[in-house]
Design a protein. Sequence first.
Length: 479
Amino acid sequence: MTVLSQVFEHIDQNKDAHIKSLSDAVAIPSVSAWVTHRGHSLKCAQFFSDRLQALGFSTELRSPPIQHKVEGQIVELPPVILARSANEDPSKKTLLIYGHIDVQPAEKSDGWNTEPFDLTERDGKLFGRGATDDKGPVLAWTNAIEAFQKVGNNPVNARFILEGMEESGSVGLEELLNDMKAKKDSFLQGIDYCVISDSYWLGDTRPCIAYGLRGAIYFLIEIECANQDLHSGCCGSLVHEAMSDLVWMLSQLTDVQGEILVPGIMEKVRALSKEEAATYQGIDFDIPKRRTEMGAPMFIHEKDPARTLQGIWRYPCLSIHGIEGAFSEKGFKTVIPGKAVGKFSIRTVPDMTSEDTQKKVLDYLNDLWKKRGSPNRAVFSSPDAGNWYYADPNSPNYMAARRAMQTVYNVAPNLIREGGSIPITLVLSECTGKDVCLLPIGCSNDGAHSQNEKINVDNYVMGAKVMAAYMQELSDIKP
Ligand code: BES
Ligand code: MN
Ligand code: MN
């Protein structure tokens, strides 16, 4: 029996224990957006640190070198876990694995069928917040490493960077990494390959490997018409309403086809070459199935699968996320909000830059505001931006991942790009001088960020096998 088949067997045999550890991880509500939950973030860091220590890693909980302020108040940032094997073998390749252990907010009342922080198995699916984004995949790495240790040795030196702020824009991590780089911290030295398992297959049958991510830039429109909320009977027609101004502004951002109305926004978008156009042809993507799962009436490019994929992968998009100050409960409240804050984001693609995009959008908002002619106080800003990432799917790192998928699933993976963002990817690549392989183990219908988030038991188990096979493949790469 080869080492790898023994490793696979170990992963199969320990399925229940691996599910139990996912259940323990999900039970810690490490919601980075809930500032009051920082105690849970810390507890979660401790949990993953313990898991890694049990596998012989030496771990360090490092605080990012910045102060984090939320509404003027300094709040503690969760630590970043840096882990490496206590006795790295210099003759082996070194793999850096990044993941995040924070999660999106969740409450049963949002429409979950089960308690979000109580992992529940049903029909071969494990439901719980973080099951697929990203606690399941992070634990799958540890399951793969555990298996190698049980049957022999890990073929590579694995190192981990696990953060607790990804879902809130990875606050502090870029500063920490750049600081470590400037100080020539040994943790970032000697890394041969980087990998992230924090994305999803395109469907739920064919495994995928991703070689691109979009960037994300946030924008805020703050409009104030009074220093407090007003009675709409007493004050309607007295003031220029902030909410009306805001909704008018928001309505000028995109047209009905989703095209962004900001002038010049497409200028830097890389032209679609013949070669690239050809890559969309062989991809398994079932539009009616995906749409029916989502319950959407029609996709924008319904009849054109290639254009639909290009829309997610290689063109920018603008989404409106919410309005602070809006009355959103049930029933009626005849109020004029004194202040309204609109939030939207733009996903960026090669070769857009954050600075250029921010400038174009803010200029456009200022022009719109002039056109509106409202006397209200208005502030437009862009508080955060993360870069897109694009890699060569034929690099040695990617080829190893492709062979690993083939070994485990007996089929060549679909090579895809992603519409989502993992802001630290480019920074990791720059700090290590290596490309970052995006190796998803979950499915498109896992419902990351949504109600009833899940990972399939099969994906969790097979995912660990892919990771093991990938580490084996990396160790076999000839210099
Ligand atoms: N796991 C996602 C990234 C992702 C989403 C990859 C969809 C592929 C497809 C990650 O946890 C995430 O949610 N990222 C945020 C980043 C944002 C906070 C800057 C996102 O994409 O919205
Ligand atoms: Mn994630
Ligand atoms: Mn996420």
